[in-house]
Design a protein around this ligand. Structure first.
Ligand code: UT7
Length: 319
């Protein structure tokens, strides 16, 4: 079956945390953050919000654009590294929140590549005929897992959610044209949360040591991203039988503006082919490509029939 994106939506919490606010928390400066990352501000969820509530708002917006009723959705996939609970899945909570009674719902754990991995999974369900409509949501509440004493990580991340609905299409040739997915376990401990899982269950000791916070080797991660992303995008483009020049817009994971510039340089493309909104939201991990896609459509940067490339990398390392 041919596949189309029938709906899109996003949600970011109201509260803005600016670089100036961070200057009051850690030894950093607006100038350092802007020049090293491109970030000016990020959003922080309100106390009553959770990853599932952020995801549900984005999901409802995507369903409204698609013109579908909740029970038209056959499968719900949520990509997140900050689920409400280890179990049940955040997707199960989103299913209830959007009022769906019929779909299978599950989470995908691929860190910042989560939205792209979930999108590829959803496309495969529709293409194979296993589902007619699949809801994909990338959602994160990262600010609750940041060590606000660690200036190397707390300045980077923010909260939000992005969603799409993929549907069976009556038109020929729609959907994913080429895919390159990789996981390189050499990077397994470059970005991680040391405790909370079976290897190091949460305890007062792990909590005192702050092991439930995100830890990151920034420089190594940066090197991996700049080495891998352009090559990964190029592999997918070649599988599609396209050239980089004929791609209308790249929607990259928003981790660092310099990493996005490296992708453009690696593909010998101008920066106006790259959608960038990191200045407003920072790195929202699995939510970032979904939020960026929704904004790109609403800003008129994407129209029906365009050739798009989604490219991301994250803990694992996944890409
Ligand atoms: O979605 C995937 C998630 N992760 C990423 O994408 C992260 C990828 N990595 C990066 O984006 C960059 O490595 C960072 C933005 C995290 C750091 O930038 P960098 O240019 O690689 O800086 P660095 O780690 O090499 O540090 C340079 C200096 C150090 O000081 P010294 O040793 O030169 O005196 C750091 O201590 O900058 C210092 N530094 C800071 N200074 C002010 C590190 N963080 C900060 C900060 N404010 N927030």
């Amino acid at each position: 079956r041919s596949v189309r994106v029938s709906g899109w939506g996003s949600y970011v919490p109201e509260r803005v945390l600016s670089n100036a606010d961070l200057e009051r928390l850690v030894d950093t400066s607006d100038e350092w953050i802007r020049t090293r990352t491109g970030i000016r501000e990020r959003r922080v969820a309100a106390p009553h919000e959770t990853t599932a509530t952020l995801a549900a708002i984005a999901a409802k917006r995507a369903l409204a654009v698609a013109g579908l009723a909740p029970d038209d959705i056959d499968v719900i996939i949520v990509a997140t590294l900050t689920p409400d609970y280890p179990m049940p899945s955040t997707a199960a909570l989103v299913k209830e929140a959007v009022g769906n009674t019929t779909a299978a719902a599950f989470d995908i754990a691929a860190a910042c590549s989560g939205f792209v991995f979930a999108y590829a999974t959803a496309d495969s369900y529709v293409r194979s005929g296993l589902a007619r409509n699949v809801l994909v949501v990338g959602a994160e509440l990262l600010t609750r897992f940041l060590d606000f004493d660690d200036r190397g990580t707390c300045i980077l991340f923010g909260d939000g959610a992005g969603a799409v609905v993929l549907s069976a299409s009556p038109e020929e040739g729609g959907g994913m044209a080429g895919l390159e997915m990789a996981t390189d376990p050499d990077g397994a401990y470059m970005i991680w949360m040391p405790s909370g899982g079976s290897k190091s269950p949460p305890s007062s000791e792990t909590s005192k040591r702050g092991e439930h916070f995100i830890r990151m080797e920034g420089r190594e991660t940066y090197r991996y991203a700049t080495r891998t992303l352009a090559a990964s995008a190029l592999a997918a483009i070649e599988r599609a039988g396209w050239t980089p020049e004929e791609v209308d817009l790249f929607i990259p994971h928003q981790a660092n503006a310099r990493i996005i510039e490296a992708v453009a340089k690696g593909l010998k493309l101008p920066m106006d082919k790259m959608f960038v909104n990191i200045h407003k939201y920072g790195n929202t991990s699995a939510a970032s490509v979904g939020i960026a896609l929704d904004e790109a459509v609403r800003e008129g940067r994407v129209k029906a029939g365009d050739k798009l490339v989604f490219v991301a990398f994250g803990a694992g390392f996944t890409s």
